[in-house]
Design a protein around this ligand. Structure first.
Ligand SMILES: Nc1ncnc2c1ncn2[C@@H]1O[C@H](COP(=O)(O)OP(=O)(O)O)[C@@H](O)[C@H]1O
Ligand code: SF4
Ligand SMILES: [Mg+2]
Length: 336
């Protein structure tokens, strides 16, 4: 690949990624053939119910998969280069310097016995080789960047509110000047107002630092104002991918439609959340064919027999037999 094409490559490419978890020696597929790209400064969302494979996808990209996970196929490329995602030690130079992760629930991720300034300064010393004084100055700068007065750095985590702790986590994630931030449900444990403030902060940092953002959430409503694109995951696969505008105005996959309908909308007088009936499958009971078919109001005969591929559709992609271009004969067979 020449320099020109490297320059043109997306920042991040996830290509045909499948990951298994070993359970009592048996490999179970958690994500299957996941493919997408992220450009510099772009904000994409990974959305789906609990267990749909969002965290597994994120941890693969950051090289943080647990020991019982195995990448069974596919790869992740960063600036055109393949990442050693299944080798923790080899991923270390990349992690935090290029891709950082902000996890849900900062209280568990922060060390309760150290002041937050020290916790932010540490990666600056370890990863950037700064002296203690330089790292402290950088940590103060980072605190201000995430909207915390630098003097609050002397606080212990338990002395800060949930929102402030999440800001500290974001400051830590930014310490080594990464190009990509992955937020794995970064606002889930917070109240609605604090959640909006953290999303606004991520949006501000994104444009200020030209950061790419991969926002993982089970809540489609948080995506509307914070992301350019959304990928909907179900049972380990991407089932729809499109711009946020297209996803909200013209959702194609029945699961996406139901997810949108389940968002409460007091403005429209629809205050009651309409949950999607049924439960998502586990790794052990994935149905044959389309994994959504037992909950899908449009399921057809073909849906039990054939797993729909994620095909291009309009400006996005969708995996649903309703959107395949079928011949007349196939359409009759599908409904038989
Ligand atoms: N370490 C693990 N060992 C076995 N199964 C796991 C492990 N981590 C996650 N899983 C399973 O993999 C599937 C995907 O999980 P996950 O990626 O955490 O989904 P999400 O983040 O969308 O909730 C789930 O069925 C989950 O139970
Ligand atoms: S493939 Fe069939 S079951 Fe699956 S979402 Fe489409 S219509 Fe529903
Ligand atoms: Mg998760």
């Amino acid at each position: 690949m020449n320099n020109f094409s490297v320059g043109m490559a997306p920042l991040l490419e996830v290509a045909g990624l499948s990951v298994d978890y070993g359970l009592k020696g048996v490999p179970l597929r958690a994500i299957e053939d996941v493919s997408f790209t992220v450009r510099a400064g772009e904000a994409v969302a990974l959305v789906g119910e609990s267990g749909s494979g969002k965290t597994t996808t994120a941890m693969s990209i950051a090289g943080l998969l647990p020991p019982n996970a195995r990448v069974s196929s596919g790869e992740v490329r960063y600036r055109g280069k393949r990442l050693p995602i299944d080798d923790d030690a080899a991923m270390r130079p990349h992690r935090w310097s290029e891709t950082s992760v902000v996890f849900q629930g900062a209280m568990n991720a922060l060390n309760p016995v150290h002041r937050v300034l020290k916790q932010i300064a540490e990666p600056c010393m370890l990863k950037l080789g700064m002296t203690r004084d330089e790292a402290t100055a950088r940590a103060r700068e980072l605190l201000e960047l995430v909207g915390i007065p630098a003097d609050r750095g002397s606080a212990f985590p338990h002395e800060l509110s949930g929102g402030m702790r999440q800001r500290v986590m974001i400051a830590m994630a930014l310490a080594c000047r990464p190009s990509i931030i992955i937020g794995d449900e970064p606002t889930t444990a917070l109240d609605v107002i604090t959640q909006a403030q953290i999303l606004k902060l991520l949006g501000k940092l994104r444009s200020q630092l030209n950061l790419a953002l991969i926002l993982i959430t089970h809540d489609l409503s948080v995506v509307a104002e914070s992301c350019d694109r959304a990928m909907i995951m179900y049972a380990g696969r991407i089932v729809e991918d499109g711009t946020v505008a297209d996803i909200f105005t013209e959702p194609k996959h029945p699961y996406t439609r139901l997810l949108i309908e389940s968002i409460p909308s007091p403005a429209k007088g629809k205050k009651i959340l309409r949950p999607i009936p049924g439960d998502p499958p586990t790794l052990l009971n994935r149905p044959s064919g389309c994994a959504f078919r037992l909950r899908c109001p449009f399921a057809m005969h073909v849906c039990a027999a054939e797993d729909p591929r994620l095909d291009p559709s309009g400006r996005g992609r969708v995996a649903c037999h309703l959107h395949r271009s079928l011949t007349q004969e196939q359409k009759v067979a599908a409904h038989a």
